[in-house]
Design a protein around this ligand. Structure first.
Ligand code: SAH
Length: 378
């Protein structure tokens, strides 16, 4: 659409505009798209279901081909409806089959999206922000600072770009994790819309139990997420004392362990749907014998399964990966204490696609300012 055809706001022109601003299909859940279509065109909301099926189920974004819509309606949609695609800027394939994509979600802005190949499932790891404001000391994304939130459309553009590319590999994903770049709960409204489309049977159609959103522990947002988003939650605990946690995760100064654990104890989970507790093991920092002894007690009353993540080395950040035997010892001891525990030996380390290794621009200094703003706002 050219600039000349963008209508002036109604109050300035004094007449009802003939055309509207562009309508981005990927920015809406089906209900919201239905409302928009009714409002703009007087068409029944179920047209949104048809559009969803063309785009998300059949992978067809050419409106002219949408044969179950009337010609007149299609012509109007061609004028106004945009169905953006994320452009794959580059793709790297790890020795273990994991594919790391650099997706251009908006001109010039690149984010990383990783397809993790596992024996019985493939997991798509999506980014929620360009950069991140949380400033965790062991994470490479944090060194970028926050450039901006991704819109729901941009989150879904990553997903659609990988679906399209995966056709040439004859595979696809079965699970989705919001564990790429960014802090998803800092961008909750857009995550909520994206999850609605992911879980919509007329949209991407993934079961809510196969979607996990990971957070540093933004307490109010966890509460809101639990009440409004149909997906699992994972929390990056990463320490057993406030002292250590505040050192490695500045967010702990705002939401210390006691508040975090309280919201997790109250979280609407059950035996079949546990909260994943991620624990990045930074050798000698948060993986001491004392930490091991404290962890089961901290998790009392939390329907938790612990995921130990041996630190993936990032040059220059100054942390050590624990020896394998030490990780095994942690796993054994936690298991003996009745804690459900798994170890995540990250995939794709050879191509820097592993947890905490995602980075797309260098030299951003906005992180500290954005973090201070977030901490002050509470
Ligand atoms: N901001 C969210 C989502 C990112 S998920 C969160 O922090 O939970 C990324 C996961 O990888 C988190 O559990 C994080 O603690 C972990 N992580 C970050 N840097 C890491 C590193 N260098 N090695 C291993 N895990 C890391």
């Amino acid at each position: 659409m050219s600039l000349a055809s963008v209508p002036m706001p109604e109050e300035q022109t004094g007449s009802t505009p003939e055309t509207h601003s562009p309508l981005d299909l990927l920015a809406h859940c089906r209900e919201s798209l239905g409302r928009e279509i009714q409002h703009r065109y007087g068409e029944a909301p179920f047209r949104a279901t048809q559009l969803f099926q063309w785009v998300y189920k059949r992978g067809i974004g050419d409106i002219a081909q949408m044969s179950d819509l009337s010609k007149g309606f299609r012509d109007r949609l061609i004028q106004e409806l945009v169905i953006p695609t994320g452009r794959i800027h580059s793709r790297q394939i790890s020795e273990d089959g994991t594919r790391k994509y650099l997706v251009e979600v908006e001109s010039g802005d690149l984010v990383e999206t990783v397809l993790i190949k596992q024996p019985r499932r493939n997991t798509l790891c999506v980014s929620s922000q360009v950069g991140c404001a949380m400033g965790c000391k062991f994470c490479r994304t944090a060194t970028m600072g926050l450039r901006r939130h991704l819109s729901a459309s941009e989150i879904l553009r990553q997903v659609m770009a990988v679906i399209a590319d995966s056709r040439s590999f004859g595979d696809t994903f079965t699970n989705v994790v919001f564990m790429g770049m960014g802090e998803p709960l800092h961008n909750l409204p857009n995550i909520r819309t994206a999850v609605r489309v992911l879980t919509d049977m007329h949209g991407i159609g993934i079961a809510p139990r196969k979607i996990t959103v990971s957070t540093v522990g933004l307490v109010p947002a966890i509460r809101e997420f639990g009440a409004t988003v149909p997906a699992n939650i994972a929390v990056s605990l990463n320490a057993t004392t406030d002292e250590v946690r505040s050192q490695i995760m500045p967010v702990n100064q705002r939401y210390p362990l006691e508040q975090l654990l309280e919201v997790l104890r109250e979280y609407p989970a059950n035996k079949r749907r546990r909260i994943t507790i991620e624990y990045v093991m930074l050798h000698g920092v948060n993986d001491t014998t004392e930490d091991l002894r404290r962890l089961p007690g901290l998790l009392k009353g939390v329907p938790a399964k612990v995921n130990l993540i041996p630190y993936n080395a990032n040059a220059g950040l100054g942390f050590q990966t624990p020896p394998e035997e030490w990780v095994a010892q942690w796993q054994r001891k936690l298991h003996e204490k009745g804690v459900e525990v798994t170890v995540r030996w990250s995939k794709g380390r050879d191509i820097d696609a592993a947890c905490g290794q995602l980075l797309t621009v260098t030299g951003q200094k906005k992180g500290k300012a954005a973090r201070e703003e977030m901490l002050a706002a509470g």
